[in-house]
Design a protein around this ligand. Structure first.
Ligand SMILES: Nc1ncnc2c1ncn2[C@@H]1O[C@H](COP(=O)(O)OP(=O)(O)OP(=O)(O)O)[C@@H](O)[C@H]1O
Ligand SMILES: [Mg+2]
Length: 317
């Protein structure tokens, strides 16, 4: 039984093109499906603007999907139901790239953690204080840190506060959207270790959005590669990292120094010409070294090429 299932989720944003007030649709997510099992980590990888944060925002409920459905514990979420929204808020928590943006600078850390508990639990004042102290210790902070304001912490400590806020309601899923990219390398390793030990202790499942392929290989069970709002390749971490098949995934590896020697046969993205996306054809057609005539006119469907492995490319249909 999957803890979380997303089926054919799409999000379109109306954007005005300024000519005669006409409105076009920016298809930030198109027909995205995924599955997350208990205690596992799904990594989402894709270049800037590929729709990773948009997907995360729909899963936690900040945005309503244009189309598609989300299932939590095999219960189909009703996007307009208040009780469903509240339940989802407790069960799925998010950690953002820049912790400073998500913390209110005028509120002491303990107070903001307590507000989360007041709104979402029936704990007494004494129980809340105990929970806050326990949670701060769990994320490697000290009890007295609850009396400080966010600006009185280092970047790494602030990300620990954001993690405390994410775990204090004992969620079953945490979505971490580029949680390391605002931190320096030594702190990145500490935060990554913290997330992994929390996963082991609390059995939390993670959706981990990252540009860092090395981190993704290290922590994830399954990997979803997105390009221009669509999933182009999706499979077990070993499958994707041993034999990436989609030309975009191959280009991604070839552009990453750490993997270039592992895959010397792949052409890097800088070699593949960069231009706009084909409207009716494959989203990667204009940058693909294998592009054929039909790739420009037809869009390849995401097909099951193997058990638990999917790819959207005519070369594998
Ligand atoms: N509120 C919005 N209104 C209109 N367009 C939006 C909105 N939010 C996102 N978009 C568009 O949706 C697309 C996907 O954006 P998104 O933030 O999900 O990308 P991302 O993969 O998270 O990128 P990054 O790696 O830079 O964080 C982009 O083209 C973006 O401009
Ligand atoms: Mg983003």
């Amino acid at each position: 039984m999957a803890l979380l299932r997303v089926e054919n989720l799409s999000k379109y944003y109306p954007v005005s093109n300024g000519i005669f007030g006409r409105t076009n649709m920016n298809k930030a997510n198109q027909n995205i499906s995924l599955k997350l099992d208990a205690g596992k980590t799904l990594a989402i990888v894709g270049e800037s603007g590929s729709g990773k944060t948009t997907l995360a925002r729909q899963i936690i409920g900040i945005e309503k999907p244009t189309k598609g459905s989300i299932w939590l514990d095999e219960h189909k979420i009703n996007f307009d139901n208040r009780r469903d929204r509240k339940k989802r808020f407790k069960k799925i928590r998010m950690i953002f790239q820049n912790p400073y943006d998500s913390l209110n600078p005028q509120v002491r850390v303990g107070h903001s953690l307590e507000q989360t508990l007041i709104i979402n639990t029936k704990l007494s004042g004494k129980q809340r204080r105990k929970k806050i102290e326990e949670t701060l210790l769990k994320v490697g902070l000290q009890q007295e840190h609850q009396y400080r304001y966010p600006h009185m912490f280092s970047g790494g400590q602030r990300q620990r506060i954001a993690i405390a806020r994410a775990i204090i309601l004992e969620p079953s899923i945490i979505i971490a959207d580029e949680p390391l990219s605002a931190l320096d390398v030594s702190i990145q390793a500490q935060i990554l270790n913290l997330l992994q030990s929390l996963q082991e202790d609390m059995g939390i499942s993670f959706i981990f959005i990252s540009h860092d392929l090395n981190v993704v290989e290290h922590i994830s069970d399954t990997v979803m590669i997105m390009y221009h709002g669509q999933v182009v390749e999706y499979g077990n971490v070993s499958q994707i990292f041993d034999e990436p098949l989609h030309p975009y995934t191959q280009a991604l590896f070839a552009s990453t120094p750490l993997y270039r020697s592992r895959f010397p046969q792949f052409l890097s993205q800088s070699v593949v010409a960069r231009s706009s996306t084909s409207l009716s054809g494959c989203v990667f057609a204009n940058r693909c070294q294998y592009c054929e005539h039909k790739c420009r006119s037809n869009r390849p469907a995401l097909v099951n090429a193997d058990q638990d492995y999917q790819i959207a490319c005519f070369r594998f249909e």
